[in-house]
Design a protein around this ligand. Structure first.
Ligand code: ZN
Length: 164
């Protein structure tokens, strides 16, 4: 627990000040005895413990804006689509496997749904069979908790939350 090194007060905001040559963490009242120093000289950049008065220099600590992530993925019903397309072309699993230079056992695995083809393989298959096996999916950024990370909170914020 951080407390004022002069009077022992834990009342925020505590500031970092140079008092008669020594660098101390002091309360607002005691900081009047010395020269208030920027917090960065003493504290980790992540542990923002100052009150509102020192926040002006910390504008770069804004949270990153989360964007939805779009990615390619093999469709869920790949097994059915591969089998139907292959049978439509009247290819055996063996013939189809040869076409795409894969093992026959692999084709069997895909069509039973036990092994999903890799993205690259799925693209090769969809090109050969003229079916769609790869789709674009969008993943919304997951907000795991409504709480801001503690790095973005001031002691004042934390106290305000506890009061509720
Ligand atoms: Zn004090």
């Amino acid at each position: 627990m951080t407390s004022c090194e002069l009077c022992g007060s834990i009342k925020p905001p505590l500031v970092f000040a140079e008092v008669e040559g020594s660098r101390l963490t002091v309360c607002r009242a005691c900081s009047a005895y010395g020269k208030v120093l920027p917090f960065q000289q003493r504290f980790q950049p992540n542990s923002k413990t100052s009150g509102s008065k020192n926040n002006l220099g910390n504008q770069q600590a804004l949270p990153l804006k989360k964007e939805p992530v779009t990615y390619e993925a093999v469709v869920q019903e790949y097994a059915q689509r591969i089998r139907e397309a292959r049978e439509k072309l009247k290819l055996t699993q063996q013939e189809f496997a040869k076409h795409i230079t894969e093992k026959e056992s692999m084709v069997s695995h895909w069509e039973s749904g036990s092994i999903e083809p890799s993205l690259d393989t799925a693209k090769k298959i969809q090109h050969t069979l003229h079916i769609q096996l790869v789709e674009m999916r969008t993943e919304e950024p997951v907000i795991r908790s409504q709480k801001k990370s503690s790095a973005g909170l001031t002691i004042g914020d934390i106290l305000a939350q506890k009061m509720k």
